[in-house]
Ligand binder design. Structure first.
Ligand code: ATP
Length: 422
């Protein structure tokens, strides 16, 4: 602990964690932008910002604005002053006009245990649960309106990231908020080509789509995700764009599969995300809108799996599955279906066509002589007991398959980071 003198006012420098959530609306703002501005205001007040962290929480909460993000800053400075600055900034920047914007700010000198974070990323939490933790830790906290943001803010300060990735978020100058973005398309493709697989999801090369530039009126110009601050910075430096306002490298849980639980068919809960093993029961069918569905079964029951139209070429993989293939389906369980993020084909069933046997004498196919009675040649009367079984070569190979970058969820671990241990 250090005492810092600023004129007549003594500040006590201590370690603290600042959590913020739920400041934006579909019309504008972004909690990460607010966090980046806050980091700069704290530094201006001679505080030290040691880490800026962006955590994604349960992607299935209905009251999220976009990607269910919350932020945490690890700071050394005066906690009372930092809390006041953070609250003032929320009042200055948060979009209070939106009914769904319910900000929360937490400043704690004691890091809560990680269980609340794990629950918030995998399951559902209540505001009361968050407040109980904040009271226990003696944290400073403030919620606005319905105070729901206290959930994300508490999860952020409680977060532990054994697996972590980086994202550099480049923000626009405030005067440009809401206007069309100018980012050079080719420079994004060049950045991906030069740094993949150390960075990912900048563009979707297969579908020829830019992924890292949002279309919403928020302050983000573009964001580059990757395995380390060095790699995202290397890619970022190749991108040509309008003049940015500010930039922040975040430590994140994105691309780590932190939201997944081991699931058993028959015991899946709505709004949670799972790995589920089983065999294909009903083979894939393409419905209206191009959505592909099939069912997976195990001893306990059956569950439907969906590869929706936005998953594009992933559906071509899924369509090759047949009855009896052994798979691990990965995704969120919503309205009775697993919405696929990726799939492992563990083993392939034999694909075969069973037809009546040939009569070797007449070179014609025999006809059935009745159920269980074998086959008979109509011409010469020869009989056979076994059918003609032809194996069809499978085009699909065992292994992992994933949705393309355009359809990837923030938390889903891309296969370029290595295949899962399942
Ligand atoms: P923002 O950029 O403002 O964070 P967002 O898309 O991340 O936008 P929010 O506006 O933060 O979404 O809305 C998500 C809300 O859901 C927040 O109030 C957050 O505290 C809350 N929340 C997050 N995870 C959970 C959870 N697991 N259970 C219950 N509430 C949650």
């Amino acid at each position: 602990m250090q005492i810092q003198m600023d004129g007549a006012c003594p500040y006590i420098n201590i370690d603290m964690l600042i959590g913020i959530d739920d400041t934006d609306s579909p019309q504008g703002m972004c909690t990460t932008y607010l966090g980046a501005v806050l980091a700069r205001r704290l530094i201006r007040e001679h505080m030290q910002v040691r880490e800026a962290r962006l955590v994604r929480l349960n992607p299935n909460v209905t009251w999220k604005t976009r990607g269910n993000a919350a932020i945490m800053l690890d700071v050394e400075g005066d906690a009372g002053r930092a809390f006041a600055i953070a609250c003032d900034l929320v009042e200055e920047l948060a979009d209070f006009s939106c009914e769904k914007t319910n900000p929360g700010v937490v400043v704690t000198e004691q890091k809560p245990g990680p269980s609340f974070y794990h629950k918030a990323v995998k399951d559902f939490c209540t505001i009361d649960e968050a407040v109980a933790i904040l009271e226990k830790e003696g944290a400073r906290y403030r919620g606005w309106k319905k105070c729901r943001g206290l959930i994300g803010a508490t999860a952020a300060v409680a977060s532990e990231l054994p697996d972590r990735t980086s994202e550099i978020l480049v923000y626009r100058e405030p005067a440009r908020f809401g206007t069309p973005r100018s980012v050079d398309r080719q420079s994004l493709f060049d950045a991906e080509a030069a740094t993949f697989p150390h960075t990912w999801d900048t563009v979707d090369t297969t579908n020829d789509v830019i992924v890292c530039v949002p279309h919403t009126p928020d302050p983000v110009l573009f964001g580059i995700r990757g395995r380390s601050p060095q790699w995202v910075m290397a890619a970022r430096q190749m991108v040509c764009s309008e003049k940015p306002g500010l930039e922040q490298i975040w430590v994140t849980n994105q691309g780590t599969d932190a939201h997944l639980l081991n699931g058993t068919i028959g015991a899946l809960r709505e709004g949670l995300s799972y790995w589920v093993r089983g065999t294909i029961a009903d083979p894939p069918q393409t419905g209206t809108g191009g959505h592909v569905s099939f069912t997976v079964t195990d001893a306990a029951g059956t569950v439907r799996c969906m590869a929706y139209e936005p998953t594009k070429n992933f559906r071509q993989i899924v369509r090759q599955l047949i009855h009896g293939d052994d798979v691990i389906a990965v995704g969120s369980f919503k309205k009775g279906s697993i919405n696929l993020e990726k799939i492992r084909v563990v083993s392939l069933a034999n694909a075969e066509i069973i037809r009546p046997p040939f009569c070797t004498k007449c070179s014609k196919r025999m006809t059935s002589d009745g159920k269980g009675k074998g086959w008979k040649c109509k011409k010469c009367g020869a009989r056979a007991d076994v059918p003609d079984v032809q194996e069809i070569p499978r085009t699909l190979e065992p292994g992992w398959y994933e949705v393309p970058p355009t359809a990837r969820r923030h938390l889903a671990r891309p296969l370029c980071r290595g295949t899962p241990d399942f």
